[in-house]
Ligand binder design. Structure first.
Ligand SMILES: [Zn+2]
Length: 159
């Protein structure tokens, strides 16, 4: 397990959530190199009304990506997990440099600029889901969730 810290009141599920993040990152575009990272995921955060989760990163001085995931954790178990996995796909996009955001906020997808994007000012959900990193995360999240559950049942679960 890499450096993944889970902040939650559900102590029984800490390992499961860390494995969900790890398995998502490992199965994302498996041929691409991963840059060094550490992750902290806070499950049960206050967020703007229409948001369920977010994933942000910063570059630390030693070249390690510091990734912060926040989830509201206000759905049922399966839907919460889907949000965590969606945000973990964004983490994987950063860790592979498929998605990069410059210091002043310019978005790059596979090396191509998509300009400066302000999520807060985005007027509708349709517009937001057309962003390539969102489209990919929505396209992959169900498969990633199935992968994780199969992996958990066959490799982690002990009974
Ligand atoms: Zn997203």
């Amino acid at each position: 397990m890499e450096d993944i810290r889970i902040i939650t009141k559900e102590s029984n599920n800490v390992k499961l959530y860390a494995i969900a993040i790890q398995s998502t990152i490992d199965s994302y575009r498996p041929k691409l190199k991963r840059f060094e990272y550490k992750i902290s995921a806070r499950l049960g955060s206050k967020m703007p009304a229409r948001e369920l989760g977010e994933c942000r990163y910063s570059d630390l001085a030693d070249g390690i990506l510091s990734i912060k995931i926040k989830c509201t954790w206000k759905c049922n178990f399966i839907d919460n997990l889907a949000v965590l996995i969606h945000e973990s796909i964004h983490a994987a996009q950063y860790i592979t440099h498929v998605n990069k955001i410059s210091d002043d906020g310019e978005f790059f997808w596979c090396g191509k600029s998509h300009g400066y994007i302000n999520y807060d000012k985005m007027s509708n959900e349709y517009q937001y889901k057309k962003l390539p990193w969102e489209k990919e995360a929505y396209d992959l999240e169900n498969n990633m969730m199935e992968n994780f559950m199969k992996y958990y049942i066959s490799e982690v679960r002990t009974r």
